[in-house]
Design a protein around this ligand. Structure first.
Ligand code: ZN
Length: 266
């Protein structure tokens, strides 16, 4: 596929080579917000898409993109409630995730059901993700940054986030692209697929900022759908506003989501 055809569709300037990181950062900050037709969001737990990228997802949905969530784990460890059972929590979190997706304008949710806290970069997970990439044929994939062992100096990144990000990147390149990987997909009628644009969150190395001010309310509403996860709904707005302001630092926006973005050569 000629590289520039794809790049034009994304409204990204042809790749330049920057002298230093400051120039790179300025160039990526000013590069326009892309307009993908199809987006696949591959994340570890119900609520990860909304926390990391809810505003970006809402903006793409409003622009008419077809967005699908792939939630890798069943979220079955995310409760401190002594009355909560594993089965009830899994059902509840699936419902919460569907409601949050509906608020943002996401068309479909796929739940892979791997046990929460037990995700590794295995051949099975690779096969599942490659199959979904070949099936949904996304222009953009949103996932976790697998290189983020810590988040800033105050948090340890969840191991499921690292494992899902790592496996997703392996699935994108080279596995989904090359037809001899998982040939059973070809037998099923699924052609190989090249993903050219990857957004990763959370990350310690952001190089792309998205203005979420117009959709901040909707992001917060979608987060509130995760009732089992939001300990103090009254202060959620304050917390999300503060974090979005903090993430906007160094950009031209008031409220932002930030990503490490990799635009692959076609
Ligand atoms: Zn998570």
């Amino acid at each position: 596929m000629p590289r520039y055809v794809t790049l034009r569709r994304f409204h990204i300037a042809p790749e330049s080579f920057y002298v230093n990181n400051k120039q790179r950062r300025q160039a990526t900050m000013w590069s326009p917000f892309p307009s993908p037709e199809r987006v696949l969001v591959i994340m570890a737990h119900p609520d990860d898409p909304e926390f990391g990228a809810g505003g970006t997802i809402a903006r793409w949905a409003d622009a008419g993109a077809d967005i699908t969530y792939v939630i890798v784990t069943d979220g079955s460890k995310g409760s401190g409630d002594p009355e909560m059972t594993w089965e009830r929590l899994v059902r509840l979190r699936e419902q919460e995730q569907r409601e949050a997706a509906r608020i943002l304008g996401v068309k479909e949710c796929v739940f892979l059901g791997y046990p929460d806290g037990e995700v590794y970069n295995t051949i099975e997970l690779r096969r599942d993700l490659v199959r979904l990439i070949r099936l949904y044929r996304p222009d953009v994939v949103i996932t976790h940054d697998p290189t983020a062992r810590f988040i800033g100096n105050t948090r340890i990144n969840h191991p499921d986030h690292r494992a899902v990000g790592d496996t997703t990147l392996d699935a994108i390149f080279p596995l989904a692209r090359d037809r001899l990987n998982f040939p059973e997909h070809e037998a099923e009628g699924l052609a190989p697929h090249k993903v050219l644009d990857v957004f990763m969150t959370p990350t310690n190395e952001p190089n792309f900022w998205v203005d979420i001010e117009p959709v901040l309310d909707r992001k917060i509403r979608a987060l509130l759908a995760h009732q089992s996860q939001i300990g103090d709904p009254a202060t959620l707005r304050e917390r999300i506003e503060a974090r979005s302001r903090e993430y906007a630092a160094g950009s031209i926006y008031r409220y932002a989501e930030r990503f490490r973005r990799i635009v692959l050569k076609g």
